[in-house]
Unconditional design. Structure first.
Length: 103
């Protein structure tokens, strides 16, 4: 059974980043949307919603939807993804990833 696969990544960037480094991160993370197996791509920052249950402590949220887990797995080993991790990894302090499959 092919079930859609969601890959949600929240990034907490280093507080000492320059504007150039922040731009480098944004360009790097946007490059992930060019990976062939990505079916839907969204990059955002915390919304202005403000309720006690909402975590707005992250800097950027990446949402990629894949047609199935095989497409997600191919994304993980794509050279564009590898390059992003290598060049942008030093720019963040923390990353949390939530992967889920469609029910």
């Amino acid at each position: 059974m092919n079930r859609k696969f969601a890959h949600i990544v929240n990034f907490w960037l280093r507080k000492d980043l320059s504007a150039e480094e922040r731009s480098q991160f944004e360009a790097g993370v946007r490059s992930l949307g060019t990976i062939e197996t990505v079916d839907f791509f969204h990059l955002g920052t915390p919304a202005s919603t403000d309720r006690p249950i909402i975590d707005r402590s992250y800097d950027y949220c990446l949402v990629c939807i894949f047609k199935n887990q095989d497409d997600h797995d191919a994304y993980q080993v794509d050279p564009i993804h590898d390059r992003f991790r290598e060049t942008c990894g030093p720019l963040w302090d923390k990353v949390l990833i939530y992967d889920s499959v469609e029910v």
